[in-house]
Write a protein that binds this ligand. Sequence first.
Ligand SMILES: NC(=O)c1ccc[n+]([C@@H]2O[C@H](COP(=O)([O-])OP(=O)(O)OC[C@H]3O[C@@H](n4cnc5c(N)ncnc54)[C@H](O)[C@@H]3O)[C@@H](O)[C@H]2O)c1
Length: 320
Amino acid sequence: MYKIGIIDTMNEEGLKLFDQKKNFSYEIINDLSRENLKKELPKFDGVTLRRGKLDAEILSKCKNLKVISRHGVGYDNVDVKFLKENNISLLVTHNSTSTSPAEHIMFMILNIYKGREMFDTMVREGNFYKAIHLNINDNFELFSKKILIVGCGRIGKKLIKKCLGFEMKVLVYDPYVDEKTISDLGGEKISNLNEGLKILDIISLCVPLNKDTKNMISFEELSLMKKSAILINAARGGVVNENDLNKALNEKLISFAGIDVFEKEPPDKDNPLLKNKRVVLSPHAATFTKECLEKMSEETVQNIIDFFEKKIASNKIVKL
Ligand SMILES: NC(=O)c1ccc[n+]([C@@H]2O[C@H](COP(=O)([O-])OP(=O)(O)OC[C@H]3O[C@@H](n4cnc5c(N)ncnc54)[C@H](O)[C@@H]3O)[C@@H](O)[C@H]2O)c1
């Protein structure tokens, strides 16, 4: 019998997959505190992980642990060095976690480019014709705008398609993806990030958070952008330096931002971005659609079953 710990809540569609398996039992762990994880996790052969942080100290208590199945694709909440040294596998939801984030990025871009709730408010407040008298300088077409997609993985690739649907010009910065792959998708590879920053209208970060991408976009990079530029971060907090972004917005070095992820989640009440009117926010919710959450929970559970049944696909296993 394989004992599986389900760390954090997940859609029940995934959990139903265990019902068909006689050799798997599971337990849901809702208390994500370090103390509780240290106490509860040692009994499991495998765990699924949504929120919650698994550091080396917690993992060192888990003598039976053979696999962690992430509910998602980012794994900055796991000590990967420990996993590597101790031969613990890490699985990600390779198939289900890119459509909704790419759509969410489009939602944020459109939201900003089409005036947020301005028109909705006018109609509700009885100001139907107010828009006619306004100087509309903040609403834009996406047609022919240049987007720079930083990171051409699962989400970046989906985003290219969506942007091309809006007849945008797509630039891509990803040193690990070759020119042909990008041009076959309809994008143009940019080798020098700073050159791309100078010409973009929209930038979307689609990279993992690691030591190379931490603060990848700071004040210096923001200063290179056009004053009309907008920035979308639905990757991870920390890829964009929050204080620098807030400063750049206040100094009107760039025009707007869409932020789904924060350096600290939930953000502190005094996080300046929460009060900045030039930012559209969402609570790390880029995957929060009915379809995506169902598919992610199913893939998370199926991955751990496939791992123990020795039929896990190689693209689900993170190369540590
Ligand atoms: N907001 C959300 O709810 C949400 C949902 C899913 C994923 N994410 C985040 O988005 C990230 C990307 O997801 P994905 O599935 O596309 O990942 P992925 O691993 O498929 O793609 C990441 C891409 O980034 C590139 N990259 C790595 N370092 C880079 C660098 N320094 N400069 C430029 N490119 C670099 C890689 O070559 C790769 O192509 C995840 O790591 C995760 O943190 C957030």
